[in-house]
Design a protein. Structure first.
Lengths: 35, 497
């Protein structure tokens, strides 16, 4: 049942966290001096 | 008692029909409101003048990609397979996150500089398509697969009318097509995008409410997990699937960069940098809708352990059936509306993108390339083509009533295997050539068709995976033998922003 909770609860949260992290990183990448 | 009656009997139809009709009236009103803006020209009619807000683009891009396949197909799949169905949603959600953040920004920057309205416009500018062969091939691939896709959606609409309100499925198909036709012909891209926002709100509410109420009535998540494990341990095991199924499920995500109605959303945003916010909003929406569908399938399995007890014994009727069991009737009407939202938000975008291929790419840019065609005539022609495509899809739908999701997944694969690898290479590999793209489009589409029609192959792996690989290999191999366009460095500077 651990696998069940991992894919049903942790996985969706992890995907949203990844989206936020990548979006923030993409923003930083565009600061002057960073190319 | 036949299937459609079983579901409809459980609710009081009056309030359900009232809330459903209220929703339809709102959608058509948006079409009327947007009609003036969309009549200005083809850029307005087909990409909203590239002035769409980031939230509109985020929601429109994800709900245009999520059709009846999510609310009926994934719910049914989860009912049958349990937690291992999760892999069918993970692939496309992660792929679309990367599309929003990287691919779409390059595409949008390039489109602005070269004044591109359609995806074939982008290809023509990127590869200097003077003969029009690339535009014509793209238009042919779009039409081949999109008409089948739209036909599948109309049939799903007919099924939903039958299950929800006990209406004859044929009348349901015609009603679904009539509503989509009305607001798409009138309001063009603006109406399609604004209605997508309404549809997105409705879908997320319905996909959260139904499983939440069902699971709480069943005693909570822990009780559900224990109950499912007692029923069959495979239902709570996310690894209970073969490698071919796992690969095929994740491979569904390969279709997203190849579905032109999704790419048209990226083209429409008012500023490429706003795609970062759109990525977060779109991913959140994708995740909540997908896990709502998964939880609905699991809760449904606990509620009705025997599939024979479902309307018409069809697991794809589970979602509306479960809603009729656990919700008050006015809310049930909104759930049926959400199924229509999924259907209409996909079909309207597809009809527009197919019409744009005919009017912008074939009529304006190939047949009349040496003259200036008045915008008014182009918009009128676009509306006529949308009408013709609806008629064609409805006719095809009548012949294909039994195979809705077969058609949907096949069309998703055909577009994904041809336009997917070629669009990625066009944006990221300097060595890509026009001949390479032509080869990739043909190889991808042909592989999907052949694989699907060979039972020994299609039973083992979803046709999109081999089709995508064939498209990729053909594009690279032929590009290696031919010369890239002279302006490639300039193109890549534009894309990098």
């Amino acid at each position: 049942v651990t696998g069940f909770y991992l894919v049903m609860i942790v996985l969706p949260a992890a995907i949203v966290a990844l989206a936020v992290a990548l979006a923030v990183r993409a923003r930083r990448g565009r600061l002057p001096g960073r190319g | 008692v036949d299937g459609s009656e079983a579901a409809a009997l459980a609710v009081d139809r009056g309030p359900a029909i009232a809330s459903f009709v209220g929703y339809l009236a709102l959608i058509v009103a948006i079409g009327v409101w947007a009609a003036r803006f969309s009549s200005a020209g083809v850029a307005e009619f087909f990409v909203g003048g590239r002035r769409m807000h980031r939230f509109v683009v985020a929601l429109s891009a994800v709900v245009s990609g999520r059709s009846a396949w999510l609310v009926l197909g994934v719910v049914g799949l989860t009912y049958q397979r349990g937690a291992s169905a999760v892999w069918a949603v993970v692939g496309y959600i992660v792929v679309e996150l990367f599309l929003f953040l990287y691919f779409a920004r390059r595409l949008r920057r390039f489109a602005e500089v070269h004044d591109c309205v359609t995806v074939p416009d982008v290809f023509a500018a990127r590869f200097g398509d003077r003969s029009g062969a690339l535009r014509l091939t793209l238009a042919a691939v779009f039409l081949l697969f999109i008409v089948g896709y739209a036909a599948g959606q109309f049939v799903a609409g007919g099924k939903a009318f039958a299950t929800g309100f006990g209406l004859d499925p044929t009348a349901g198909i015609l009603l679904t097509a009539g509503i989509v036709l009305a607001y798409t012909v009138l309001g063009g891209f603006l109406a399609v995008s604004v209605t997508d926002v309404v549809q997105a709100l409705l879908m997320i509410v319905a996909l959260v409410v139904v499983p939440a109420v069902a699971i709480s009535l069943e005693g909570g998540l822990a009780v559900l997990a224990a109950g499912l494990a007692a029923l069959d341990p495979a239902l709570v095991d996310p690894t209970a699937l073969g490698f071919g199924a796992f690969l095929g499920f994740l491979g569904i995500g390969l279709g997203s960069p190849g579905n032109p109605h999704i790419l048209a959303r990226y083209l429409s945003i008012r500023n490429a940098e706003e795609l970062r916010t759109a990525a977060v909003v779109g991913t959140l929406w994708n995740v909540v809708m997908a896990w709502g569908a998964l939880f609905a399938g699991l809760a449904g399995r606990m509620w009705v352990p025997d599939p024979a007890a479902l309307p018409a014994g069809d697991v794809e009727n589970l979602y509306p059936f479960l809603a009729s069991q656990v919700l008050p009737s006015w809310l049930f009407g909104l759930v049926i509306a959400a199924i229509f939202a999924a259907i209409m938000s996909t079909t309207d975008s597809q009809l527009l993108v197919a019409a744009s291929a005919v009017v912008r790419d074939v009529y304006e840019k190939v047949l009349h390339r040496s003259e200036e065609v008045p915008q008014g005539r182009l918009v009128l022609l676009s509306r006529t083509v949308v009408l013709a495509l609806v008629v064609l899809s409805v006719l095809m739908g009548f012949y294909a009533e039994q195979v809705v999701f077969w058609l949907v997944l096949f069309s998703w694969a055909g577009l994904g295997a041809s336009l997917g690898p070629t669009s990625i290479l066009a944006l990221y590999w300097r060595g890509t050539t026009r001949a390479g793209v032509l080869a990739g489009l043909v190889a991808g589409a042909a592989t999907v068709v052949v694989w699907k029609l060979t039972p020994a192959l299609s039973g083992r792996l979803y046709e999109l995976v081999p089709g995508f690989l064939a498209g990729l290999v053909a594009t690279v191999a032929v590009s290696k033998l031919t010369r890239p366009p002279a302006e490639v460095e300039e193109h890549f500077r534009v894309m990098a922003g």
